[in-house]
Design a protein around this ligand. Structure first.
Ligand SMILES: Cc1ncc(COP(=O)(O)O)c(C=O)c1O
Length: 390
């Protein structure tokens, strides 16, 4: 009955772990969304929009007020100058923008370069479009590399005459890596040479720690010709359920993505567009407070994991910590088995990172687990208590 397009998908590990977490009363550090709401005045803006009659289809490309706010935000944080009429489109979350972009920019058989570990919707989108993924591994920190890193020969070999799209994510889920300017320039050079498009998923753009700098690829010299930037309001404003996303770039790229969007969802939820437009206009103090609060959460969970014997890898951005689990892993246990046991026997839910890899390369992270710290202090306290008993 199912089409070949979806037959391979199965149930995601996230559903299984969410179900097990409820069943075992686990502290849930698996799910990548906050267990608290965003700013009250932004929630109120959505309520006001509903009460004020913003309840019918929005303009397909995105409410003009929201597009104006996205343009102002891009100018404020990155110095980008964008025409809201032609260079910005709104979708139902970043996920839809990515799916639309893959549909709009690849033909069946075209190749898409993905960096492992990748956000899982990338591969599903590529598969549904009958395009072909080409994987490049981010390699874990080691004695000579303080951060996750790329092997240049492997990177270059992933590009062929069929490459049409390259999808990067910075700040990067699940590793917490910020791509450096040098890495982005190299990826850009290869993308340009292949005549492909670089899709840059920046949903964690405001979660950057320790005075680190998020480099928006589209702002590097020459990149605006071939780069489509994707982001959304979910992570930056702690309203992941609202699913307001957007894409920006050269008008031809945005128009192509909008062609798919008009038949995928047509428009994103109107009242939430109004509220996210207000959120993007929040003062700098909001964004500073946001980073401070997450810096505290990162420090707390990192200390608790370290004390419990995990080796926590550096996290420069996002709200995830990757940790090596060797001290607690039983012989022969992979990350899925380890995380299942951590949940069932110890009441702590974490995500096995091999779900962000192709099956061929999954063993690269069998000794790791991903812990989310987008949680309230009582939940982090409970996690620390349980970790201390390991
Ligand atoms: C890297 C990355 N991109 C995109 C998304 C989804 O964004 P949205 O909720 O706006 O669709 C997520 C959510 O976890 C993510 O981690």
């Amino acid at each position: 009955m199912e089409s070949a397009r979806v037959a391979g998908f199965g149930t995601s590990i996230f559903s299984e772990f969410s179900r097990l977490a409820v069943q075992h009363g686990a502290v849930n550090l698996g799910q990548g969304f906050p267990d608290f709401d965003g700013p009250k005045e932004i929630a109120q803006a959505a309520i006001d929009a509903i009460n004020g009659g913003v309840n019918q289809y929005a303009v397909g490309q995105g409410a003009p007020q929201l597009r104006a706010a996205i343009a102002a935000h891009a100018k404020r944080f990155y110095g980008q100058v964008l025409d809201p009429a032609t260079e910005i489109g709104v979708t139902s979350g970043a996920t839809e923008a990515i799916f639309d972009a893959v549909l709009a920019l690849t033909n069946p058989g075209d190749e898409v370069v993905l960096f492992e570990p990748f956000y899982d919707s990338y591969l599903a989108s590529v598969q549904m479009a009958h395009a072909v993924p080409r994987f490049v591994r981010l390699r874990a920190p080691d004695v000579t590399h303080a951060q996750w890193w790329l092997d240049d020969a492997e990177l270059a070999a992933a590009f062929t005459s069929k490459t049409k799209l390259v999808i990067i994510n910075t700040p990067h889920n699940p590793t917490g890596k910020l791509f450096t300017r040098a890495e982005l320039e190299r990826i850009g050079e290869l993308t340009r040479r292949a005549g492909a498009v670089l899709l840059s998923d920046e949903v964690y753009e405001h979660l950057v720690f320790d005075d680190g700098k998020h480099v928006r690829p589209a702002t590097l010299p020459g990149f605006s010709d071939f780069t489509l930037t994707v982001s959304s309001g979910g992570k930056s404003f702690s309203f992941t359920g609202w699913k307001v996303g957007w894409h920006l770039g050269r008008r031809e790229l945005v128009a192509a993505v909008q062609k798919a969007h008009q038949w995928v969802t047509f428009c994103s939820a109107a009242p939430f567009q109004a509220a996210i437009g207000k959120a993007l206009e929040l003062p700098d103090s909001y964004f500073q407070g946001f980073v401070e609060s997450y810096t505290q959460k990162r420090g707390f969970l990192s200390a608790a994991l370290t004390k419990a014997g995990f080796e926590v890898l550096p996290c420069a951005g996002t709200y995830f910590l990757m940790a090596r689990t060797d001290r607690h892993r039983k012989a022969g246990e992979d990350d899925v088995a380890f995380c299942r046991r951590l949940l069932v026997d110890h009441g702590i839910a974490a995500i096995p990172p091999s779900v962000f890899y192709s099956p061929e390369h999954a063993s690269h992270v069998h000794g790791m687990a991903r812990f989310a710290f987008c949680k309230t202090q009582p939940v982090l306290d409970a996690a620390a208590d349980r970790l201390a008993k390991l």
